[in-house]
Write a protein that binds this ligand. Structure first.
Ligand code: SF4
Ligand code: SF4
Length: 174
């Protein structure tokens, strides 16, 4: 597999995310409940029995970069939530515990919505009919593209719960 620099891979990752988000918006999202009308905004992100998003190191790097550019007070709050989530839910990368996502900020929403949202989160919405959901294959194809990018940069692939992956990145880049 041809090696790739991290900075180039981050640009390609952004392109994959943007294309995927466009596909979802154009072909599926109009059949789902609009989040703007949600009576419980963020219930999906804060449900500790539901969220189990696992991400690559490259995606964690993109999220880490997004967090670093946030105002200091917000950044400190999120860093603390990440630490707490790892501890509270016993996340270690070897088990499959669910967690409430530390990237959800009340009054704002997903802090990485535009810039580094993981693909399963982009695909997620509240659909009434199962047949209206985006096909799993669409997500799998794009996740495979990201996994390949990740391997070209780091030479290995480990999917970790988002709080663990981001905590590791922040630890090595602060
Ligand atoms: S995905 Fe569903 S639960 Fe989450 S904010 Fe949108 S409508 Fe609400
Ligand atoms: S990354 Fe964003 S959309 Fe995904 S669970 Fe966390 S707050 Fe929600």
């Amino acid at each position: 597999m041809k090696p790739l620099s991290e900075s180039k891979a981050l640009i390609k990752l952004d392109a994959i995310r943007t294309e995927f988000a466009g596909d979802i918006r154009r072909s599926y999202e109009n059949k789902a409940k609009p989040c703007a009308t949600c009576e419980t905004p963020g219930a999906c992100c804060l449900d500790e029995h539901f969220v189990n998003v696992r991400i690559t190191r490259l995606e964690a790097k993109a999220i880490g970069n997004a967090l670093k550019s946030m105002p200091s007070k917000l950044k400190e709050k999120v860093y603390l939530r990440i630490e707490n989530a790892v501890e509270k839910y016993g996340l270690d990368g070897r088990s499959f515990e669910n967690y409430a996502c530390p990237l959800f900020e009340k009054g704002i929403g997903c802090l990485v919505h535009e810039i580094a949202k993981p693909l399963p989160c982009i695909a997620h919405a509240c659909y009434e009919r199962k047949e209206d959901l985006p096909p799993d294959q669409l997500l799998t194809e794009k996740e495979t593209e990201i996994a390949n990018l990740n391997e070209r940069v780091y030479g290995e692939l480990t999917l970790l719960p988002l709080p663990v992956a981001v905590k590791q990145i922040l630890r090595t880049s602060l």
